[in-house]
Ligand binder design. Structure first.
Ligand code: ADP
Length: 526
């Protein structure tokens, strides 16, 4: 271990010894101060932090014993090596009882001096390290206690800045979440939000570093150094704290901050879990509210029209009775369909949804579904074009659920396309990271989806706030279920849409058979 630059106080009334020791020590690059008596030594000790004191015992006025007693009273634990004549063993023993660490016999022999000096400095080094470690542990315990009182990310952010600033004496600091290549600041101190520079989540922000602060991104005009503290969780950096400093911090402080980051990361993770649970609770409440809302309308019409029929049935013309009955039937069908969709959602979400995965021929399923839509498409004078590969490979799917996916997509394409519109169902082989897949697309020339709605299209109960959508029956559950059905079968779903011009929904399913040439054939079917 290298103890050069350690600062040593030599206390001796003998000028010659002071000068000799001073020369030796300076020669070995130790920092040295000297005192010629006990009082002078104590004055220096009050002003400076010494790593070691070489103390003569026999001095006029205030001797070595008095200095040791005074150090004890001051609670000063600087190691002391006493110097005495070898014949004066009694005094040495007394000094050791008073707290001296070691002794050197006079006349001082240089080899022994270096050995004792190093041994004492080494002991001090380990004692200091242990002390720092214990203090850090105590502080981290305190911080944990504070962190445990909150599950709020913002409060945790403030605590991070508070403790980080306390340790680094930062002039200004901030903490935020990494989003792409930007840091979205959540809390800051020492800087106003309006003055906050744009902080790019570059490589430096992703490591615990202390570097010169960039001139165009300073949090404080007097800052010279920037300390960045990324908060990791499962090897992913979610948050970064930045401390802009006037002076760099020590290695020990850096080590402490790294430990602090681990504690902050755990607290942030717990806060995230809590927020997720709250969001799930809210989603369930919304779900229940939506379901009861969806039930209310058909139930009200069933109640009203059954009442009318029971009160006036016989007196009403046959045509009116038939009309009332068809309204009641439609209401019952809506409730039945809603129940089926809710049942699917519950089974999918509870993991109880059973799939019968087998080798499925896509054209067989598509043709069956398309046939089913014949009357509806004819009613709206729409045209349905089918464009399938001539002999597509078999796919790995559940035929019933694939049919449900296609039904939902083709039904939407027809529902949200005006009369005389066109629906185009096609399939093609695509290469994906997961291997060859068959991509099925349902394209319509319908009303399209507004850009601001596109992010919510697969959410439960989402229906566009559009008159043309409101005029069509629906629950807003179909696409949510469709997406889950595709994903459960190992595929992916997506869409493109241009408001006012039409939409294309496409999904993939894995292929289980090699197919060499795939050619497409267009054929109108309705
Ligand atoms: P539903 O059709 O029962 O309302 P979905 O979950 O199938 O429920 O669709 C959700 C919403 O997405 C629809 O209400 C509609 O606003 C929009 N949407 C779905 N498919 C299309 C489409 N092909 N063209 C335009 N809008 C669509």
């Amino acid at each position: 271990m290298d103890f050069r630059n350690s600062s040593i106080l030599v206390v001796d009334d003998d000028t010659l010894i002071r000068e000799l020791l001073s020369t030796w020590l300076k020669h070995r690059e130790y920092g040295v101060k000297t005192a010629k008596n006990g009082q002078q030594a104590l004055d220096l000790i009050e002003k400076h932090n010494f790593d070691l004191i070489l103390l003569d015992i026999m001095m006029p006025d205030m001797d070595g014993f008095d200095v040791l007693k005074a150090l004890k009273d001051m609670g000063n634990s600087t190691p002391v090596v006493v110097m005495s004549a070898l014949t004066d063993l009694k005094s040495v023993v007394r000094c050791i009882q008073l707290g001296a660490e070691d002794f050197l016999s006079k006349p001082i022999e240089s080899e022994l001096l270096w050995a004792r000096l190093n041994a004492s400095l080494e002991k001090k080094h380990f004692r200091d390290a242990q002390q720092t470690w214990l203090e850090e542990l105590k502080l981290l315990q305190e911080i944990d206690q504070e962190l445990n009182t909150t599950l709020d990310r913002e409060a945790i952010s403030w605590l991070t800045l508070h403790w980080g600033t306390e340790k680094t004496a930062a002039l200004a600091s901030c903490i935020g979440a990494i989003d792409g290549n930007q840091l979205h600041v959540r809390a800051m101190q020492g800087i106003e939000a309006a003055d906050l520079p744009t902080l790019t989540a570059d490589k430096q922000l992703r490591e615990v570093t202390q570097t010169l602060v960039p001139t165009n991104g300073r949090l404080h005009p007097e800052a010279k150094y920037r300390l960045t503290l990324p908060i990791h969780r499962n090897a992913i950096i979610r948050d970064v704290a930045i401390f802009d400093l006037a002076a760099p911090v020590s290695e020990t402080t850096m080590r402490f901050l790294k430990r602090l980051a681990i504690h902050i990361a755990i607290a942030m993770h717990n806060a995230q879990l809590y927020a997720d649970v709250q969001a799930a609770n809210k989603a369930k409440s919304n779900f229940v509210a939506m379901v009861s809302h969806e039930l209310k309308n058909p139930l009200t019409s069933i109640q009203s029209y059954t009442y009318l029929l029971s009160r006036h049935g016989a007196k009403l013309p046959a045509e009116t009775q038939a009309n009332y009955l068809s309204i009641i039937t439609e209401g019952a069908t809506r409730i039945h369909n809603l129940a089926l969709e809710l049942d699917d959602i519950t089974q999918i979400e509870t993991g109880l949804f059973g799939l019968k995965i087998e080798a499925v021929s896509l054209p067989d399923v598509v043709l069956n579904v398309v046939k089913m839509f014949g009357p509806q498409i004819e009613d709206k004078h729409q045209e349905l074009i089918l464009e399938l590969p001539e002999a597509p490979p078999l796919i790995r799917a559940d035929a019933k659920r694939l049919s449900q996916i296609l039904t939902n997509l083709i039904s939407n394409a027809s529902k949200y396309t005006l009369e005389n519109g066109r629906i185009h169902v096609s399939a093609q082989l695509v290469e994906t990271d997961a291997g060859r897949q068959l991509q099925i697309a349902v394209k319509d020339s319908g009303i399209g989806i507004q850009p601001e709605d596109q992010g919510r299209i697969f959410s439960q109960f989402f229906r566009a706030d559009d008159e043309k959508v409101a005029n069509v029956r629906g629950t807003g559950l179909g696409l949510n279920i469709t997406k889950k059905l595709v994903e459960l079968q190992g595929g992916e779903i997506g869409f493109t849409s241009e408001y006012g011009h039409g939409s294309t929904f496409f999904f993939t399913l894995p292929v289980i058979e090699q197919e060499t040439a795939v050619t497409a054939r267009a054929q109108p079917v309705a």
